[in-house]
Write a protein that binds this ligand. Structure first.
Ligand SMILES: [Zn+2]
Length: 233
């Protein structure tokens, strides 16, 4: 490898790592945020399940109170019916009692349905709570990992900044400004290898024959398509 190619490759190694660290520094906190949002959503679902169970229980409690009231009314009507003098009054009262008993029966049906709802709503809670706990644990781990990795990344970037300064000093001065421009344009990749057949491994297009010949001979030329500096692998 020529000196120019070697210096470009060496600098690219540093920039590749810098770009990777910067991506990680951006991605991990985003992932941690996404994990946090999922955990919060799961917790809301668990809370909804608990609310549903409470509401169903409240419905049952209320219908039980209604049933007690109705049964008390039936007893009162039955007691009153014994005091009545005429058969007509008695029949009227009996009809009222029958109607109240039908109301009581309807309430009992509703209570049974309500208890079924309570059972089903309660049965759904443990899974949802377990899911919420699992996601909360994952979110906490993701947050911790993001924090640790970002801190490590900051440390490493300091070291790499020094290495970059040293290695960039080895790159021919006329190549460096373009290198920096291309690096920033191509997400940290200013250099691509050229295959013996003349294909740029950065954009996977064939480089013009003239440029390929120059690049393969060790000259510092750029791909005519993606404009990355071409180096021999
Ligand atoms: Zn290219």
């Amino acid at each position: 490898m020529s000196v120019a190619h070697e210096s470009l490759a060496a600098l690219q190694t540093v920039d590749t790592e810098i770009a990777s660290l910067k991506r990680t520094a951006k991605q991990l906190p985003e992932e941690a945020q996404a994990a946090k949002r999922s955990a919060e959503a799961a917790e809301r679902e668990a809370e909804q399940a608990r609310t549903l169970a409470r509401d169903a229980q409240r419905f049952v409690d209320q219908r039980n109170l209604d049933l007690q009231t109705t049964e008390t009314a039936i007893k009162r009507l039955e007691a009153q019916s014994l005091q009545l003098k005429t058969p007509t009054d008695f029949e009227t009262m009996q009809r009222q009692i029958v109607q109240k008993r039908e109301e009581a029966s309807a309430l009992e049906t509703k209570i049974l349905e309500g208890m079924d709802m309570v059972d089903r709503a309660r049965a759904a809670i443990p899974d949802k709570e377990a899911h919420a706990r699992t996601l909360a644990t994952k979110a906490a781990a993701a947050a911790e990992r993001a924090k640790t990795e970002v801190e490590k990344g900051v440390e490493r970037l300091r070291v790499l900044a020094r290495e970059w300064a040293e290695r960039s000093a080895q790159v021919p001065a006329d190549l460096l400004p373009r290198y920096v421009l291309l690096r920033d344009r191509h997400g940290g990749q200013a250099v691509a290898t050229i295959a013996p057949d003349g294909m740029c491994q950065g954009c996977f297009m064939l480089v013009t024959r003239a440029r390929a010949t120059q690049a393969l001979a060790g000259e510092a030329v750029a791909c005519n398509n993606c404009e990355r500096y071409l180096i021999v692998a």
